[in-house]
Design a protein around this ligand. Sequence first.
Ligand SMILES: [Zn+2]
Ligand SMILES: [Zn+2]
Length: 247
Amino acid sequence: MEMIKRKVLDIIYPGRCPVCDGLVGAFETGGAKLRAGGCIHTECEGKIEYVRGATCMKCGKPLGKGSPDEYCDDCMRTRHLYDRGFSVFLYRSISGSIYRFKYLGRQEYAGFYGLATRKLLGKRLKGLGIEAIIPVPMYRDKERKRGYNQALCYARAVSDELGIPMRDDLIKRVRNTVPMKELDVRGRRNNLKKAFIVHQNDVKFKCILIVDDIYTTGSTIDEITHEFRMAGVSKVYFLTLAIGQTT
Ligand SMILES: [Zn+2]
Ligand SMILES: [Zn+2]
């Protein structure tokens, strides 16, 4: 039933391909594929690179081919607070898509992102005993201005695909932060200090998954992990849509 409803909606409102942003209709010929939760041109799908092969045991970043290491350079130097991270796409292959998802109102890409996440990582994530999916919160005024929080859109899609509840009411961003691009690693840490508040009494979970769009230094995830650990959560994993590659 759900599928029929979707097909009808696709005819009336064709979806946009997350790679080229072109329209993909249900009856479109020429290599378009219809899938539950999101459409993508077949040729566009071939351009996306997934995180596969050996990855860092901590942050999940792909390691160089034939690398004997278990951790990436960053994780060898930095002690991250979270338990383990997972990402779906290599950032360079999907950066344009994420930009539109984040800044140009293309929330609809979340359907494809959620489906891709389940296909690549569903089994693995379901085996971790995650009780709640927590999107990285956006500062209230910023979210109002943008109209949506892209991390929440993605987290909702993942929650639907995996059948694990999403909770966006447990942590709040109480301080706006300077764009991270403008800061070095130390500056990034300080920038995030006390930027988040967890409603301690509401957290009944032992194992959570924090969800964001892009993994860069991990400082945001570390800060959120710290707050949840203080509230009694013991296992903290993260999932991001995209991650860079070690060179
Ligand atoms: Zn396309
Ligand atoms: Zn790493």
